[in-house]
Write a protein that binds this ligand. Structure first.
Ligand code: CP
Ligand code: NVA
Length: 322
């Protein structure tokens, strides 16, 4: 019996918090010089139909640090659904590697891959979700603010893949999430339906005023206005989103300990000023670092059958997150 990690609707609150604890633990061990070979000989296939720095390199590095290997395949070489059907691909590649992390355009491709694969499938970004990013971001927020429950996260920008995963991550971890976006760029209806079904009683807050969203926020977050695959909308979106730029004035509306986050890559001077990206309250670089640590925890959770002892202490969250 294997699990997938397609979006954050797939995991429970207990599993999410267990994964965060495991990621913290692995990060601490790593900083103390312990890099246990938790996945010796295991192989992760990486299929990317879009560019990547953080996700690709952190997955490759995670597998290397865990004693396994990663195999990178460009989407155009694989030709998912073009060169061959997704189901044929899924059944064949399941014989060669132990798990797949895939970055693709249509979330439905990932769902179909998971339906036919006999190994765990990880979403490395689709049009609907970026779950590894949002979980690593929870790790960063907890490190910086000491807790998650009750904090306010304001996402100022497009109701996109990153925003959707952050909304679900926030609901799982007890943060108060608010999206501030231009009219017409709210969350899609199917996402709102899934959210309402998964979190009855949790409001999915969306507003159009970035200043009221940012007021008293503990975390102010933004992302590009046009995601990969929306290149032909760059100009139109640039005009519509201009009032939503995160600048020093917006950051100053946050709570006294506010931090600024951005999944990166950032367009300096567009969705955020260079001043805010490089501001003392910005945590974009440790945020990117946590992609590696969270993904080590995720890979261990998805792939390991063993309870292990590292640095004289058992990895106890394994049992609780599985
Ligand atoms: N944040 C993120 O996913 O970055 P990459 O596109 O470089 O992987
Ligand atoms: N929303 C962005 C995130 C990049 C990490 C995109 O999909 O291009």
């Amino acid at each position: 019996m294997h699990r997938h990690f397609l979006d954050l609707f797939d995991i429970s609150r207990e599993e999410a918090l267990g994964l965060l604890d495991l990621a913290d633990r692995l990060k601490r061990d790593d900083s103390e010089g312990h890099r246990p070979q938790l996945l010796p000989g295991r192989i992760l296939g990486l299929i990317f139909e879009k560019p990547s720095l953080r996700t690709r390199v952190s997955f490759e590095a995670a597998m290397a640090r865990l004693g396994g290997n990663a195999l990178f395949l460009q989407g155009k070489d694989v030709g998912l659904g073009v060169r061959e059907s997704v189901s044929d691909f899924a059944r064949v590649i399941s014989q060669y590697v132990d798990a797949i992390a895939i970055r693709t355009f249509s979330h439905e491709t990932i769902v179909e891959l998971a339906r036919h694969a006999t190994i765990p499938i990880i979403n490395a970004l689709s049009d609907a979700a970026h779950p590894c990013q949002a979980m690593a971001d929870l790790m960063t927020i907890r490190e910086e603010r000491g807790r998650l429950d009750g904090l306010k996260l304001a996402f100022v920008g497009d109701g996109n893949n990153v925003a959707m995963s952050l909304a679900v991550a926030s609901a799982l971890a007890g943060l108060e999430f608010v999206l501030a976006c231009p009219p017409g760029y709210e969350f899609p209806d199917d996402f709102r339906g899934r959210f309402a079904a998964a979190f009855p009683g949790v409001a999915l807050r969306v507003e159009h005023n970035p200043r009221s969203a940012a007021t008293d926020a503990d975390v102010i977050y933004t992302d590009v206005w046009a995601s990969m695959g929306q290149e032909d909308e760059v100009e139109a979106r640039g005009k519509v989103f201009a009032p939503y730029q995160v600048d020093r004035d917006l950051l100053n509306l946050g709570s006294p300990g506010v931090i600024f986050l951005h999944c990166l890559p950032a367009h300096r001077g567009e969705e955020v000023t260079a001043e805010v990206l490089d501001h003392p309250r910005s945590r974009i670089i440790p945020q990117a670092a946590n992609r590696l640590h969270f993904q080590k925890a995720l890979l261990f959770w998805l792939l390991s059958e063993d309870n292990v002892e590292v640095n004289g202490r058992p990895i106890s969250s394994h049992a609780s997150v599985r």
